[in-house]
Design a protein around this ligand. Structure first.
Ligand SMILES: [Zn+2]
Length: 260
């Protein structure tokens, strides 16, 4: 964990500091070595949250985008189950940062537990994931609307384990140090897979990191899924309308366009 209670204050790990766990109140030891990011560990190194994963620089890079008081927030359900949310915005939306592999069962359990949540997935952990996504440039070259893309085969460009989420999943293929060779149109972006399908299409929205961080501070729902749905429906209808008519059908092109 990044934070522990020291004299009733949430503090980051520092050398020779001792504190108590935010979740279970057990004593914590500060680990301030050179191998891993500085963190707090339960004595005996057994975390009280089975969902907790050791943090990487990627996790910390993301958490640093948000105020400390939004980080590591204890959440309880009505049965008394307790977990630590990576970040919870001022509007109560949980952001979970996922670096390591997540079994489908645990992903489903976390979505059910947090309810109002979104995922940010480290798309650089497996080199092939990033390579596969980059190779699908043709998908990204024909947007349905600005920054909106559709595909009937999301499995050809995104990791299979994240395809059937019930919450928005944002893939981070860049981290905080831009890897070499990213096409310009990909730079600085997160790729958000919306839950569900629209007429059989998976929908991807490209958002910039800075937009995402600002939206987390201002919007109740960071990803406006309803608005995106509306755009997608509108775009799909327009496409059907265009495909259904020969090029010179009816009125001149300019006037026909003006109708919608
Ligand atoms: Zn604990």
């Amino acid at each position: 964990m990044r934070l522990a209670l020291v004299n009733d204050e949430r503090r980051e790990a520092a050398p020779k500091l001792s504190g108590c766990c935010l979740g279970c109140s057990q004593p914590m030891t500060s680990k301030c070595g050179t191998q891993r990011v500085w963190h707090w560990a339960h004595r005996g190194n057994r975390s009280c949250d089975s969902w907790w994963e050791p943090e990487t620089l990627w996790h910390r890079g993301w958490k640093d985008q948000f105020p400390l008081e939004w980080q590591e927030i204890i959440q309880r359900d009505e049965k008394g189950e307790k977990h630590v949310a990576d970040v919870m915005t001022g509007n109560g939306q949980v952001i979970e940062f996922q670096h390591s592999h997540l079994p489908a069962q645990e992903r489903i359990a976390r979505e059910a537990f947090y309810r109002n949540m979104i995922w940010i997935v480290d798309g650089m952990r497996l080199k092939n994931d990033r390579k596969r996504f980059l190779a699908r440039g043709n998908l990204l070259s024909v947007p349905l609307a600005k920054n909106l893309f559709i595909t009937r085969s999301p499995e050809s460009c995104l990791p299979a384990v994240w395809l059937n989420c019930t919450k928005p999943v944002l893939f981070d293929f860049e981290g905080f140090d831009l890897p070499d060779g990213s096409p310009r149109e990909m730079q600085g972006k997160l790729w958000c897979l919306l839950p569900g399908r629209f007429d059989g299409y998976a929908v991807l929205a490209a958002v910039s990191r800075s937009w995402f961080v600002d939206a987390a501070k201002m919007r109740e729902q960071i990803i406006p899924t309803d608005a995106i749905r509306w755009f997608v429906q509108k775009g799909l209808t327009a496409r059907r309308w265009n495909y259904a008519r020969p090029p010179h059908f009816g009125q001149p092109r300019g006037r026909r366009r003006a109708k919608y």
